[in-house]
Design a protein around this ligand. Structure first.
Ligand SMILES: [Zn+2]
Length: 350
């Protein structure tokens, strides 16, 4: 059984039609390892484009190949066929990220090669991110090579070289961590990592909110009423709607994020920037919740506070503000039923 790392270079169209949206493969590169040792054998072939007649200007910058040269390359069916024969039966496949797998599938479908659609493809980028950098951000191949201290003398953005780099990273991960985690294990690692990050963000946000409420003077500070339930308070107009202190325009805050006893949400004035609303509740003797709103302008907030609240807090969604019940105006009240506009009636009468 062979271990195949592959990488693709592709061209994109200028979106006008469905075909223009297809990312058309221009090069298939692969590197095959034996027993996860560093050295193996390589595959690289260019593909003659048939979908997009021109190289996209972004692609031109990356791909070291002229359009005229590409026209002499083999067809996709021929190159892909050679590639899968080279991989052999029962190969296991690895790529950097998930894009290559998606692009390969689209091209296989386009050229009627559905027999290769069921490949199991392992995302080595995700394993690297979670195991080495302990992050959920997607690291570029070049940055990963550098982070692992691997040699980087080959040019990047050539499918053959990038596949080789991916293989070197794979071998290095196996050397450091043993057998690569399964997808289910990666899911678990990611879940645990996100939880650690969430708790860290929550702790930082709570600390910042403590200081903010102690040290800064809010531009709005008001009681919002008494509520049977905290959620009712958060949904109320008195907690969510206030006036911009600069221009008096009406502002409406969005979803809340709960950090212990703080409930935080944000609103925006087109002219005067963003405002942070912080609700707190005090339970009275009758077990009702007395809401207090403090609003702060962005200038006095610590960097990143709202992002930390969003990352670390428990999200409490709010819907549209309920409309105030309006008494019908006197003219509406006087209108007789037969004067109402009905579907199909002439709407311009009156
Ligand atoms: Zn304003």
């Amino acid at each position: 059984m062979s271990t195949v790392f592959f990488d693709l270079e592709w061209n994109q169209g200028y979106p006008r039609s469905e075909a223009d949206k297809i990312d058309e493969i221009l090069q298939i590169g692969a590197y095959r390892l034996h027993d996860w040792q560093d050295s193996g054998d390589a595959f690289s072939a260019w593909v003659k484009p048939t979908i997009h007649k021109k190289l996209h200007h972004q692609v031109k910058k990356l791909v070291p190949m002229e359009q005229a040269e590409l026209k002499k390359a083999g067809s996709f069916r021929k190159v892909a066929g050679e590639f899968f024969r080279w991989c052999g039966k029962d190969a296991s496949f690895f790529t950097w990220g998930t894009c290559d797998a998606r692009v390969l599938d689209t091209n296989l479908c386009w050229y009627g090669m559905e027999q290769y659609l069921d490949l199991e493809i392992y995302d080595l980028q995700r394993a690297f991110d979670l195991l080495v950098l302990k992050t959920v951000h997607q690291t570029s191949l070049e940055a990963a090579v550098s982070a692992l201290g691997l040699e980087s003398q080959m040019l990047f953005h050539d499918a053959g070289n990038d596949a080789h780099y991916t293989a070197l990273i794979g071998a290095e991960l196996v050397r450091r961590f043993g057998a690569l985690p399964s997808e289910a294990e990666l899911d678990r690692i990611e879940h645990d990592l996100r939880e650690v990050q969430r708790l860290e963000a929550a702790s930082l946000a709570r600390g910042d909110l403590d200081i903010l409420l102690q040290e800064e003077q809010p531009v709005i500070s008001r009681r919002c009423g008494s509520f049977a339930d905290v959620r009712d308070g958060l949904k109320s107009r008195s907690a969510r709607i206030y006036h911009c202190p600069e221009c008096d325009g009406l502002l409406c805050s969005g979803n809340w994020y709960q950090l212990d006893n703080y409930y935080v949400s944000r609103s925006r004035c087109g002219e005067h920037g963003k405002f942070l609303g912080v609700m707190t509740f005090r339970e009275d003797r009758l077990h009702r919740h007395q809401g207090q709103l403090c609003v702060y302008p962005e200038e006095v907030l610590p960097d990143d506070l709202f992002r930390l609240c969003r990352q670390g807090g428990r999200r409490i969604e709010v819907n549209q503000i309920p409309r105030k019940h309006r008494r019908p105006s006197s003219s509406r009240r006087r209108r007789k039923p037969d004067q109402k506009n009905r579907k199909g009636e002439n709407q311009v009468r009156q």
